[in-house]
Design a protein around this ligand. Structure first.
Ligand code: PRX
Length: 683
């Protein structure tokens, strides 16, 4: 918890609290009929013949990883110089590296190498906020745009190795910017354009960025957001930034779109003057491609660092096999480029594979609940990739909005970001897919670069709510939370770890390798710790049960409770705060905050609103808890050693106080009835 008086607490890492009591039922699969519902793939795949072929390939990837990844690396990547060493290092040492000695440029792999064979193929389809507002770019056109921007950036002094911050809406220029950075060998740090000025400032400072790329405004769901204004606010405290490249999405001028002469330049002006070809920088396999900030159990968000070759191979492989990629596909990932899903499945995976990738600026509900299906019909989308939170929101409108459109082009329906309940899975499968599509529930993380557990479309029989089986090269294990002992066999539950390094994994936390080791490598020594709990069922299928640490997933947005607490404590009235995640019908999880006020402050609805605004300011609107989820208390349940008992706070927030058990060992057991009363008073 964050506190103004106490010291910053240690990780409240206690996965055993979050894993069901094993003795409650004989098997974690009992009472879950979905675990026996095997759906055979409705069609066959182009890239893998059968489940047996997957198994043979998978076995090879585990028993001879170097042989397997050497072949894949040679097959998939266009090298400037081929690698000498396939893999290096171990989890225990935290020094993983892939394709050493190899040299490449990722933008060449996404663009130049396609020009001869698919120069006129559409690389990017942009569907703007208003239906039918469409821009398309062939590979040749995209290459030219990226080259012009990269040349302009080079002219403006951007150098290989320097980290460039991107705060961009979902427009083609965001992809130009990412690929231009890759061309110059300048790692990008994309900051989701929903983050607040404070959050942006922290990320710019952490990565030491000198250059920021943004847009005048963002447009989404019929509303405009003043991105440039937010950037300028953030930059008040970023003295190191001396260049801001502004794309004019709306062309708006005036007080909402400030422009600082001498520091700011319009992207179009920069590109107009620049050479239409830009020599790509030669990068080593392990050079940084990008940094992406994500939340963990404790402290500030961390800049997860991905490298060039290993990440590229992973993005290409997973995109190709999970989605059964074919030449004429129109692949639509509905994510935002501010998150890893947008990086891997809007930009790098599809473009390196020479596919047609869609970029969607709007929301599933704008102008109405038929928007996705309208997009599918108009563009002939073959794979749709979205999040359970969107599926849940759409389900509410029933089948009518789907049936208004011709969605028969769809072959694969993907989901990512949080567990999908069988109800939503079945709706996706039956109403959207008409039982003709494979549902691929892809489990992975910012840190993993791409899919880890997933069905392969057309290959893997699926079950509603299961991420099914491991991807090539992924060796999952379930361990006992307390001992770390591997639990063998099926029908077991525990903490999910990975036992073998894979090319797409992140290599470090920017500027803090020790934090990388502490977070991922030391909890279960010799393994990569995912932070998630999982069940392996009777067929060896994996079911993610959710985070076992203090990470909350709100509408697919990953947030650390520590960040939320820090934002709340920033308010003068607040002395201490404890945030938890509670289940929410549409969002998956919602944030619930217990607040202790300073003497002299009285609880009130107005104050609750101010504290919500403090979260908006510290993180962004998307993290704002409901007013009813801010509860003022006099004390928090702590052990005698000062450890906060979040389990108690969770049970009280969800009205399950009857399951609290013995609380007499708390430092002050009397806080418990007082908290129960405070929560009840809110209802
Ligand atoms: O808890 C898992 C959940 O999202 C976390 C990773 O969040 P982030 O790094 O923001 O990446 C999201 C997009 C890859 C995981 O630790 N998660 C992700 N996918 C699934 C999931 N939980 C269940 N099923 C999934 N398919």
């Amino acid at each position: 918890m964050a506190s103004k008086i106490g010291h910053e607490t240690q990780p409240h890492f206690s996965p055993h609290q979050r894993i069901r009591n094993m003795s409650e039922t004989a098997s974690p699969c009992d009472g879950r009929p979905e675990m026996t519902q095997l759906h055979p793939p409705p069609q066959t795949a182009a890239n893998v013949e059968s489940l047996e072929a997957y198994q043979a390939m998978y076995n090879e990837s585990i028993t001879d990883p170097d042989g397997f990844w050497s072949r894949m690396g040679k097959e998939l990547v266009t090298w400037h110089r081929e690698f000498d060493t396939v893999s290096h290092g171990s989890f225990a040492e935290g020094d993983i590296a892939w394709y050493l000695g190899g040299e490449l440029n990722v933008s060449v792999n996404c663009l130049d190498r396609h020009l001869k064979t698919r120069g006129d193929k559409v690389a990017l389809i942009w569907e703007g906020d208003e239906p039918g507002d469409v821009r398309k770019f062939t590979y040749r056109e995209l290459h030219r745009e990226v080259c012009k921007l990269a040349s302009g950036m080079r002219d403006a002094g951007v150098k290989a190795g320097e980290c460039v911050a991107l705060y961009m809406p979902m427009v083609p220029e965001a992809i130009f910017a990412m690929l231009a950075c890759a061309r110059l060998g300048a790692p990008h740090s994309v900051v989701f354009a929903g983050f607040s000025a404070d959050a942006l400032r922290d990320r710019i400072l952490d990565a030491g960025c000198r250059v920021v790329m943004t847009a005048d405004q963002g447009v989404r769901g019929g509303r405009r957001t003043n991105l440039k204004k937010t950037v300028d606010e953030a930059l008040l405290e970023c003295p190191g930034v001396d260049l801001v490249i502004v794309h004019q999405r709306t062309g708006e001028t005036g007080p909402d779109v400030p422009f600082v002469a001498g520091r700011d330049v319009y992207m179009a002006d920069l590109m107009a003057k620049a050479r239409p070809y830009c020599v790509p920088a030669v990068r080593n396999a392990e050079d940084t491609l990008f940094v992406l900030y994500t939340s963990g159990s404790t402290g500030r968000p961390k800049g997860v660092l991905h490298t060039s070759a290993g990440y590229l191979v992973w993005a290409m492989m997973t995109h190709k096999y999970t989605f059964d990629l074919r030449d004429d596909d129109v692949f639509a990932c509905m994510a935002d480029i501010g998150w890893i899903t947008g990086h891997t499945y809007n930009c790098y995976g599809p473009l390196a594979n020479g596919a047609t990738s869609m970029l969607f600026e709007s929301t599933p509900l704008y102008p109405d609940a038929g928007r996705y299906w309208d997009v599918v019909e108009r563009h002939g989308v073959t794979q749709l990739y979205t999040a359970p939170t969107a599926i849940r929101a759409l389900m509410k409108y029933g089948s009518e909005p789907v049936q208004k459109y011709d969605t028969s082009s769809l072959r694969v329906l993907g989901t990512v970001g949080e567990p999908i309940a069988p109800l939503a899975w079945n709706w996706y499968n039956e109403v959207v897919g008409a039982k003709q599509c494979t549902i691929v529930d892809t489990y992975w993380q910012t840190e993993t670069g791409g899919h880890m557990l997933t069905a392969l479309a057309g290959v893997t029989p699926t079950k509603p709510g299961s991420a099914t089986l491991p991807f090539f090269g992924v060796k999952p294990a379930i361990v006992e939370p307390d001992t770390g002992n591997v639990i063998e066999g099926n029908e077991v539950e525990g903490v999910l770890v990975m036992q073998q390094p894979w090319p797409g994994m992140c290599r470090t936390v920017l500027g803090d390798h020790q934090r990388y080791l502490n977070t991922y490598m030391t909890a279960y020594s010799g393994n990569y710790f995912t932070g998630d709990g999982a069940i392996r069922d009777m067929d060896g299928y994996y079911w993610i049960t959710g985070r076992v640490d203090d990470v909350v997933n709100v509408s697919g947005h990953r947030l650390g409770t520590a960040e939320i607490e820090a934002a709340v404590v920033n308010h003068d009235a607040c002395v201490e705060a404890a945030a938890i995640g509670i289940p929410h019908e549409l969002k998956g999880q919602d944030i619930f905050v217990y607040v202790i006020l300073h003497n002299g402050y009285e609880p009130s609805d107005d104050l609750a609103h101010e504290l919500r605004d403090a979260v908006k300011e510290g993180i962004g609107s998307f993290a704002k808890p409901a007013a009813s989820n801010i509860v003022f208390v006099e004390g928090l349940p702590k052990t005698r050693s000062g450890k906060l008992m979040r389990r108690i706070l969770r049970l009280i927030a969800t009205g399950e106080e009857s399951r609290l058990g013995d609380v007499s060992t708390l430092a002050d057991p009397a806080v418990v009835p007082a908290i129960i009363a405070a929560v009840k008073a809110k209802r």
